[in-house]
Ligand binder design. Structure first.
Ligand code: ACO
Length: 395
């Protein structure tokens, strides 16, 4: 029987922890989220060290191997496995034609990778071995979905380009500028991993049962698809568009707060200061805007942030509600010309690298994840007798 010290875990009355808030599942070497200092550390590097400098592949290598130096080799490996099978492309066509949401198309197409003989072969000895094969195909899936939705043909991969550049080329239909590649690379790095968020937890739970990697990633995409997790950048962009010009910011924001609405792109469960990813993405958006010589949207978002923080401080002085990652995700991805539908799938194609790293960590040292529930129902019912009616019961 499992015990810690003198406490028997099987018989001790367990404290209820709704949402598992404050529960520490295990140790990690992947990322540290310091909500009071507003600091995000990835594989030992503060986020600001990597943004603007590292390639996405280098940061994937950092999470997968502990060192950025394997980034070059990983880039070659990923670029060799980008091609999508006919089965996956056909599935994307059918899902788009049927009106599925972009994030659901990604989930379905990801699941279809189980049919790929190379993925199945790689998984034979080690359930997590197909990681590079799977990560390599996600940008192509997201780009193919976005093109299909615009009635355009999906494009083949360009092995000479890195992952971010290849994605933009296959999304836009032309080779992207260096400034666009850098901006997307910065976004992908900023959101690659973030502690034990809901989708990462889902991936770890599935891996803890010794299930295969595709199953773990499909579960993670499912968790990410919910509006409380991956769905805020679209509404944050709607808010900025509704404001439209700096002179309207205060009036619109005050009206929303008076009506009891939450300002999308502000506040965070963990951060009590500005989300460090917001700062990294704001700087990336600045660089992109300067490169194209149009700062209209960047300046509007910065003004909206300033006014919103002032008003939120007036309303909730103790809560310190600040900009979160989603406000500047909306700005950056919109500036890159992506549709709001594509925002969450692009988030997933970056975060998949983090999910995979967590699956590996979980498989190496983790136990089967199996928390408990406290039963709160009746215990003495007899079969064949009329059930007691509970209030509000429809049957
Ligand atoms: N606008 C206005 N008021 C807010 C906001 C906001 N964005 N965020 C929190 N508050 C208020 C709440 O209404 C609450 O007030 P009350 O005490 O009078 O009820 C108080 O601040 C505390 O709010 P909580 O719900 O306890 O904050 P929590 O930490 O649980 O919520 C959350 C975090 C969900 C992100 C919240 O700030 C929010 O809804 N923000 C807007 C949506 C958003 O931007 N989501 C993306 C988050 S980033 C990410 O998930 C990757």
């Amino acid at each position: 029987m499992l015990s810690t010290g003198s406490t028997d875990l099987h018989s001790a009355p367990a404290a209820l922890r709704p949402g598992l808030e404050g529960v520490v599942l295990s140790e990690t070497h992947l990322s540290e989220v310091d909500g009071d200092a507003g600091r995000l550390v990835l594989g030992g590097f503060p986020l600001e060290e990597l943004v603007g400098r590292a390639s996405f592949e280098e940061v994937v290598a950092l999470l997968w191997t502990g060192s950025v130096s394997a980034g070059g080799l990983l880039r070659e490996e990923l670029s060799a496995h980008r091609e999508l099978s006919e089965a996956t492309l056909e599935l994307i066509d059918r899902a788009v034609a049927g009106g599925s949401r972009a994030i659901d198309v990604l989930r379905l197409a990801l699941d279809s990778l189980s049919l790929d003989p190379a993925v199945a072969r790689a998984a034979r000895g080690d359930a997590l071995a197909p990681a590079p094969l799977i990560l390599a195909k996600l940008p192509g899936i997201v780009a193919a979905e976005a093109r299909r939705r615009r009635s355009l043909e999906p494009l083949p991969p360009r092995p000479e380009l890195g992952l971010a550049a290849d994605f933009l080329a296959r999304h836009d239909g032309e080779k992207p500028s260096a400034a666009r590649v850098r901006a997307l690379e910065d976004y992908l790095i900023a959101v690659i991993d973030h502690g034990l968020n809901a989708s990462t937890f889902a991936a770890r739970v599935v891996t803890s049962t010794a299930a295969d990697l595709v199953s773990a990633l499909v579960a993670a995409v499912g968790a990410l698809s919910g509006p409380l997790h991956g769905g805020a950048p679209g509404p944050a962009l709607d808010l900025v568009r509704e404001i439209g010009s700096p002179d309207r910011a205060e009036t619109v924001l005050r009206r929303k707060l008076r009506a009891g609405e939450r300002l999308m792109g502000f506040g965070h469960r963990v951060y009590r200061v500005r989300d460090p990813r917001a700062a990294a993405l704001a700087a990336a958006a600045d660089r992109l805007a300067d490169s194209v010589g149009d700062r209209t949207l960047v300046d509007l978002v910065r003004h909206v942030e300033e006014v919103a923080v002032e008003l939120l401080d007036e309303r909730k002085p103790d809560r310190r509600l600040r900009a979160n990652v989603e406000l500047y995700t909306a700005l950056l991805l919109d500036s890159l010309g992506l549709d709001t539908d594509t925002f969450t799938p692009v988030f997933a194609m970056a975060r998949a690298a983090g999910w995979i790293a967590h699956c590996r960590e979980q498989a190496e040292g983790g136990r089967l994840i199996r928390p408990r529930l406290r039963y709160a129902g009746p215990r003495d019912r007899r079969f064949g007798t009329a059930p007691a009616r509970s209030a509000g019961s429809a049957i």
